[in-house]
Design a protein around this ligand. Structure first.
Ligand SMILES: [Zn+2]
Ligand SMILES: [Zn+2]
Length: 413
């Protein structure tokens, strides 16, 4: 909080001194003559919040309330066009929170959005950008009882309605009215009331905020893994060495599965080994990937579970060819709209293969995910391979586009 106050002071548009200079009354002189309190002065418009802050007599909340603060935030304008702009600090409406962002993490979805300029379901420009964050509450709107100023929280990127057909069946990830929140690449972010109510969690004291910010992507991974109905000891192939593929394989290894990581790049192969993969297949050839993966299973029979975490049709088809009779395939990576794949119906039918495709997360899984991070079993630190200031965001995305060994970069405002 002192850091924020300092910023406010730096940006203050008028000080007590200048007010005095212009012959107007100030809180100072009013107080000096015992004629008023700061509150009085504020009430009568004789002082500014800045001057009060300058003298340490008001809080950041007051400044936010009076709309006097501005902040730096990333605004998405279109394809590969993200600008760091000065925008007002949001105010909390009833039920909402304002969170000072401690860390916001880059994510494959954001990279996709950066490339395409939009995401039909999640973000339409111009809009504040970024969705994986943890931070500190600086303002709680009317009626918020679970959180207060100073609480360290992770606020998820979405929340289900809790009332529709899907929510009532416990399939909240498919909610007809899932709301999304963006704006993590900023100094402050507004958390809509539904997310405050359903998907904002207190971060345990011993968990760094940048680790807590992994709750959202990890929830997707845990959901996808559990949805594949694994058993300890199962041989599981994970196709794809991106952040989610690596998370998925780490989760599977922690669960006691024998993991085969199928990746393309050396950096991914190394990360996969560090995170618990028993075997790594590193190749760009689909046929070789299928053959080599099967070779790690008894009699080349195929894996118990194959999880596709790339989001391209070739990898979807590859996953089907890797799995054993009676096994499960999870198409976890989302392909571009309109993509079609070719699958041998005989193979699916006569080999009794289960096909699943898991999307997003539920409030229950999000809690599980934060617990896993807090347990210390999950190597959160291994997933954050870089740190950068908000104004370096464009450079960070350009770097991520040119494939390298970075997993996630923590953007610190
Ligand atoms: Zn994400
Ligand atoms: Zn719903």
């Amino acid at each position: 909080m002192p850091g924020t106050v300092k910023k406010v002071i730096k940006r203050s548009r008028s000080t007590v001194e200048t007010v005095i200079e212009h012959g107007r009354a100030t809180v100072e002189s009013a107080l000096e003559h015992g004629r008023a309190t700061v509150e009085d002065a504020l009430l009568h418009g004789r002082a500014t919040v800045e001057s009060a802050l300058h003298h340490g007599r008001a809080t950041v909340e007051t400044a936010i309330e009076h709309g006097l603060l501005t902040m730096q935030a990333a605004v998405l304008h279109g394809r590969e066009d993200v600008r760091i702009e000065n925008v007002p600090v949001p105010k909390a409406a009833p039920g909402e929170l304002i969170v000072q962002v401690g860390a916001a993490l880059t994510c494959g979805t954001d990279l996709k959005v950066f490339r395409r300029g939009y995401h039909a379901r999640m973000i339409v420009p111009p809009a504040l950008f970024g969705h994986e964050l943890a931070g500190t509450v600086v303002e709680a709107g009317l009626g918020v009882t679970n959180f207060k100023s100073g609480d360290r929280v992770v606020a998820l990127n979405s929340a289900p309605c809790g009332k529709c057909f899907f929510c009532e069946r416990g399939q909240e990830n498919l909610c007809d009215d899932l709301i999304f929140n963006n704006g993590a690449y900023a100094e402050f972010i507004r958390i809509p009331s539904r997310i405050v109510e359903k998907n904002t969690l207190i971060v345990p004291e011993h968990v760094p905020l940048e680790h807590a910010a992994l709750t959202e992507p990890l929830a997707c991974a845990v959901h996808g893994f559990e949805d594949s109905h694994p058993h300890p000891g199962d041989i599981v192939a994970i196709i794809g060495g991106g952040p989610l593929g690596l998370m998925m394989l780490h989760v599977a290894a922690l669960y006691g599965c024998e993991v085969i990581a199928v990746v393309k790049h050396e950096g991914q192969a190394e990360a996969a080994k560090q995170l618990g993969a028993a075997h790594v297949v590193k190749t760009a050839s689909i046929q070789k990937a299928i053959k080599d993966t099967r070779a790690f299973t008894p009699n080349d029979r195929g894996v118990d579970i194959a999880i596709e975490a790339v989001g391209v049709p070739d990898a979807w088809e590859e996953a089907v060819e890797m799995v054993r009779k009676g096994g499960t395939v999870n198409f976890f990576g989302g392909c571009a709209v309109g993509t079609q794949v070719k699958i041998d119906t005989n193979r699916i039918h006569y080999s009794d293969i289960t096909l699943r495709a898991t999307f997003h997360h539920t409030p229950e899984i999000c809690r599980k995910s934060l617990e896993l991070i807090a347990s210390g079993r999950f190597q959160a630190g291994a997933f954050i391979t870089g740190r950068a200031h908000l104004y370096e965001l464009n450079r960070v995305f350009e770097k991520l586009m040119n494939r390298n060994s970075e997993i996630k970069t923590a953007i610190v405002p």
